[in-house]
Design a binder for this molecule. Structure first.
Ligand code: GYE
Length: 310
């Protein structure tokens, strides 16, 4: 089901596309609403579209690739000016992207990457460097623990760029410490309930776990519930590292239940609208736009929390 948002084509007080150009229509195929990160990302895209005078057609794929493909096909049929999407998984996009290309509708990848040999199928990819995020998580573990260390990993959605890359970067860094071992690694699908369920099972099969590495805050927050239910103290008996730095994650970090968070910035809306206007105007844009991010310790979380937007 597709829902149109921000289609107030008569109002120009929210900003327009600047001068002579006609109003741009963007079809945006979102992954879903699986996490706090995603909710903030959706809000950012909707707000920025409004501010930039871009008419946004928005769809939520409920984390299913087939739904995203359907949404993209419908945007092609509706002859939107530009399509933007965050591919739920990396592979399997060539056919539908070729259809967009043949219809001469430019495509912008936002947040997540596709795995394709043909990089003419999209104009640019705006988003984080997920390998680097995994490396930052691994670095913290290497520098802040003494061996032996038993790690369990809560992976993001199977086949998704952030799950693949956050695993890779982390493994590369901890390779320097053979006394750090990943005892179990399983997908919790980037959701709180997924993280909780997987952690419950992992606590049964790995009662001597020292550290949880969760690919996002939500799964880490789910793991906290499972750890408490098992009578252990999150952040003390079992250390927790996550990625994202959304408000709930930052609060848990400030409270000492999470030990370290690697930031991943969901506020991509303004950059996305900017790229969309350029691409539609036929201007050249960089093939890759990487967002800037930091990391947070509990002390830094306490300072950052009062101004945290999401
Ligand atoms: O880290 C996670 C979300 O693709 C970067 O997806 C995004 C990830 C984010 O569900 O919370």
């Amino acid at each position: 089901t597709l829902t149109a948002c921000g289609s107030d084509s008569t109002s120009s007080k929210d900003g327009d596309s600047g001068g002579a150009g006609k109003k741009i229509t963007m079809g945006f195929a979102q992954v879903g609403a699986e996490s706090g990160w995603r909710t903030a990302n959706t809000k950012s895209v909707q707000q920025s579209a409004k501010a930039a005078g871009v008419e946004l057609k928005f769809s939520d794929a409920q984390q299913k690739q087939e739904n995203q493909i359907k949404a993209i096909r419908s945007y092609i049929q509706q002859k939107v000016d530009v399509i933007a999407f965050s591919p739920v998984v990396e592979t399997g996009w060539d056919a539908v992207l070729l259809e967009a290309k043949r219809a001469r509708i430019p495509v912008i990848l936002t947040d997540r990457a596709v795995d394709s040999d043909d990089d003419t199928l999209y104009e640019t990819f705006l988003g984080s460097d997920f390998v680097k995020e995994g490396e930052k998580a691994g670095e913290w573990l290497v520098e802040n623990t003494e061996g032996p260390v038993n790690v369990v990993e809560l992976q993001g959605t199977t086949g998704a760029a952030p799950a693949i890359d956050r695993k890779k970067g982390f493994e590369e860094k901890i390779a320097a410490r053979p006394d750090i071992k990943i005892r179990a690694s399983q997908s919790g699908d980037f959701t709180r309930s997924g993280g909780k369920q997987v952690m419950e099972a992992m606590l049964r099969s790995n009662p001597d776990v020292d550290v949880v590495y969760a690919h996002n805050d939500d799964m880490g927050l789910g793991a906290i519930e499972a750890i408490k239910a098992a009578g252990k103290k999150p952040g003390k008996d079992i250390k927790i590292i996550t990625v994202d730095a959304v408000k709930d994650g930052m609060q848990a970090l400030a409270d000492g239940e999470i030990n370290y968070i690697v930031e991943c910035n969901p506020l991509l809306g303004d950059q996305l609208m900017d790229l969309a206007k350029k691409v539609v105007a036929g201007e050249k844009v960089p093939k890759r736009v990487v967002t800037e991010e930091t990391t947070f310790t509990p002390e830094q979380a306490k300072k950052a929390l009062p101004d945290r937007q999401y």
